[in-house]
Design a protein around this ligand. Structure first.
Ligand SMILES: C[S@@+](CC[C@H](N)C(=O)[O-])C[C@H]1O[C@@H](n2cnc3c(N)ncnc32)[C@H](O)[C@@H]1O
Length: 225
């Protein structure tokens, strides 16, 4: 793991309580008005028996799926977030970094009908991770990625790939560490998925119901044969 990837995980360890409060007190507007429903609806459309939520945070999505009768498992590299998830019970949760996923018997021995990243692909070098998870999809399996829409977060900076910094200023209070994250253009997201030998079945752009601006990019992929 390089320095920035380590700093990403460090920030989630430090910000676990603040993030849990932001999610559970519904402080992130985009999630309330569009993106939570978008990811749930997308997953349910494929009627999965089991789902792996990678970078699950405090576990809200796993709980949503578990309560609909789906065998849902969440993994995250930040132990304090997994502690928060386990404290609420529903679903199963494991502390695993992305690098550790492949070596974990409990995860790698299973094929999933859906593997999901909900705003959890924040680093630069993720092609290999996607490529290895691709092999864990069942025959009808989908790999589903929701990420911030590049148009929504580009701001005044040039529209090109590169590292940026999230201060969490708009997420509520109590955040202790900023987080480096890797900005990708829409074209780069498509190229990333193709580099992992995945085919895009659907590309959605949930929008803000009032402003009409795009909030997220939601890619549903299957294995290229
Ligand atoms: C923006 S949060 C999203 C959490 C959750 N998916 C949700 O929708 O609320 C990003 C998550 O990715 C996790 N994450 C980032 N890099 C990781 C890595 N290399 N290994 C494991 N987890 C990682 C963080 O710990 C954090 O929980």
């Amino acid at each position: 793991m390089d320095n920035r990837e380590q700093q990403i995980l460090h920030s989630w360890n430090e910000n676990a309580s603040a993030w849990t409060e932001s999610v559970r007190s519904h402080l992130i507007e985009s999630r309330q008005v569009a993106t939570n429903k978008a990811i749930i609806d997308t997953i349910l459309k494929y009627n999965p028996n089991n789902v792996l939520d990678v970078g699950c945070g405090e576990g809200w999505l796993v709980r949503e799926l578990f309560n609909r009768g789906i065998d849902a498992t969440g993994t995250d590299g930040a132990a304090p977030l997994i502690d928060k998830a386990k404290a609420l019970g529903d679903g199963s949760f494991h502390v695993l970094t992305y690098e550790e996923l492949g070596a974990s018997n409990v995860i790698s021995s299973i094929n999933y009908d859906a593997i999901v990243f909900n705003f959890a692909l924040v680093g630069e070098n993720v092609s290999e991770l996607l490529n290895s998870l691709r092999k864990q999809l069942s025959n009808r399996g989908k790999l589903i990625i929701q990420t911030v829409h590049p148009f929504a977060v580009c701001g005044d900076e040039p529209y090109r790939d590169g590292w940026r910094v999230e201060s969490f200023a708009n997420f509520g209070s109590g955040y202790k560490e900023s987080m480096p994250w890797y900005f990708r253009t829409v074209g780069s997201w498509l190229a990333l998925v193709q580099s992992a030998r995945l085919r895009i079945d659907e590309c959605l752009e949930p929008i803000h119901p009032v402003t009409g601006r795009p909030l997220s990019l939601l890619l549903t992929c299957s294995v290229c044969l």
